[in-house]
Design a binder for this molecule. Structure first.
Ligand SMILES: Cc1cc2nc3c(=O)[nH]c(=O)nc-3n(C[C@H](O)[C@H](O)[C@H](O)COP(=O)(O)OP(=O)(O)OC[C@H]3O[C@@H](n4cnc5c(N)ncnc54)[C@H](O)[C@@H]3O)c2cc1C
Length: 456
């Protein structure tokens, strides 16, 4: 094995780390602290050529490949026992073309990398809620965030992608070339190859108006009902979501309320800043806030406002459902289970799926749930292994309670490892085409460490 690794080292410009090398334990780790896997080798490529070499190495040795972008996968798909791990974290450059309004983004970049590069140009595209998440995994599974109602999902803003497929060949996939592959990448997760670079369309977004507003817990039901009406026809520059959240020790929350479970509305208005307060008025009229940090701020500041709550190493177990309607019965289930959120770092968010997300047909990309109204995530995150059982039980009990009021499928990026049985439901009418494209581009299922689409 070590002779094989030496040969690989000679061919790769980046780093090759095997089990006997110093740094192996760091190289195999991902952000979910519950994941403890021992890959055969971790390759950190610095260019697409390195990625081709690593994929060919895996093919020649009959090994699977685990791809890692920002390492946030809750089931820990960015590392796997006995696999070749391709860790793209050294490929995170971003080049902005302000005239074409596009950005070329390395396959291992985070949303923080992208936002920092585009903000000075007054441009942005839909990313997630925090900035440490990888552009790679988040985009390939969908991409739900503050700007989605106006700009669509992250994947709706993808113009093309550079991809290394299972046979080690390089493709520039777009609507014109490898169009099937491009279709499948947009929602199919890491199933179809290693994306070494993304080309995104950018839109004018610079400073936004918004932030978190904490309400008394007993107003949660009212908040959810208000949000349901408001979000149906709110201007599309509004993004945001209601949540349950234990009050963190932040200066804008009175100290004596720290540690109490509260209802939370996170808001982001990406339109004319002067209109910010007017847009938020329905939430102001709901009830006085317990604490809030609302105002004008750079979009990257809002996008990184919650980063410190979620450090690397927390233990993660999540569940997710799409819902067409947020019914009164669903809200009653939320009130019962949300109030029992067990940890400061655990939470439940209800993201809106409408506006620009609805203007794309369900079969235009692999992301099928275009008629959903909401994507719910129950995100268990906690620091201590002794609390595993309690937190996992909360997530499962909550998910079971809202299941009767939800669609069968959930958002692939929010699902747990034990959700593989829901894959077909997640992709609905697109599943058959995805399996056929998988068979063409990855017949041996080399890329199987993901919410896996088995080749047809
Ligand atoms: C704290 C936290 C906050 C989150 N917030 C949001 C949010 O606001 N909105 C949202 O939509 N999702 C959110 N997510 C979910 C997130 O989209 C997924 O966890 C996503 O998979 C993370 O991507 P990553 O690149 O960081 O992860 P990784 O673990 O590196 O990769 C995840 C999956 O994507 C594949 N992959 C990653 N990069 C590439 C690439 N370049 N080429 C091919 N395959 C690749 C991997 O193989 C793996 O299967 C959040 C997750 C966490 C933990």
């Amino acid at each position: 094995m070590s002779a094989q690794l030496d040969a690989l080292r000679e061919q790769v410009r980046g780093t090759v780390t095997g089990p006997d090398d110093p740094g192996y334990d760091d190289a195999r780790a991902v952000r979910n602290g519950m994941i403890d896997r021992r890959p055969a080798v971790v390759v950190q490529p610095v260019n697409a050529g390195d990625v081709m070499t690593a994929v060919r190495y895996a093919a020649e040795n009959g090994m699977s490949v685990a791809v890692r972008g920002g390492a946030h996968s809750v089931p820990g798909f960015g590392t796997a026992d006995e696999a070749v791990v391709i860790d793209l974290s050294a490929m995170r450059g971003v080049r902005v073309d302000p005239v074409a309004r596009t950005a070329r983004v390395g396959g291992g970049a985070t949303w923080g990398d992208l936002n920092a590069a585009t903000y000075p140009f007054g441009l942005a595209t839909t990313g997630g809620i925090i900035s440490t998440t990888g552009v790679g995994g988040l985009t390939l599974g969908g991409g739900i965030g503050y700007l989605a109602r106006g700009l669509g999902l992250s994947l709706d803003n993808l113009v093309s992608a550079d991809v290394v497929t299972a046979d080690g060949t390089f493709h520039v996939a777009s609507d014109k070339d490898d169009a099937d592959l491009f279709w499948a990448l947009r929602g199919g997760g890491g199933n179809f190859g290693v994306v070494t670079s993304f080309d995104f369309r950018l839109s004018p977004v610079k400073d936004v108006y918004g932030g978190p507003m904490f309400f008394e817990l007993d107003r949660a039901g009212d908040l959810f009902r208000l949000y349901r009406e408001f979000i149906a026809d709110a201007p599309e520059q509004f993004g945001g979501f209601p949540a349950y959240q234990i009050a963190p020790p932040l200066p804008f929350i009175p100290e004596y309320r720290h540690g109490e479970t509260l209802a939370l509305m996170v808001t982001c208005w990406a339109g004319d800043l002067q209109r910010g307060e007017e847009v938020l008025k329905p939430f102001r009229d709901l009830a006085p806030t317990v604490g809030e940090m609302v105002g004008p701020m750079p979009y990257p500041a809002l996008n990184s406002a919650f980063d410190d709550l979620y450090p690397s190493g927390l233990r993660h177990y999540w569940k997710s459902n799409f819902a067409t309607e947020l019914t009164d019965a669903a809200i009653a289930a939320h009130e019962e289970h949300g109030a029992q959120v067990p940890e400061l770092t655990s939470t439940m968010h209800i993201y809106p799926i409408n506006g620009a997300c609805h203007r794309v047909a369900s079969d235009a990309t692999a992301f099928a749930y275009r008629d959903a109204g909401f994507a719910t995530v129950i995100a268990g995150m906690w620091p201590d292994a002794a609390d595993d059982e309690r937190n996992i039980a909360w997530v499962r009990g909550y998910a079971d309670a809202i299941a009767p009021h939800s669609e069968e499928g959930g958002y692939v990026n929010f699902l747990a490892a034990d959700d593989q049985g829901r894959i077909e439901a997640n992709y609905g009418g697109n599943y058959g085409r995805l399996r056929e494209i998988k068979r063409r581009y990855d017949p041996d299922n080399m890329f199987r460490h993901n919410q896996n689409i088995a080749p047809a």
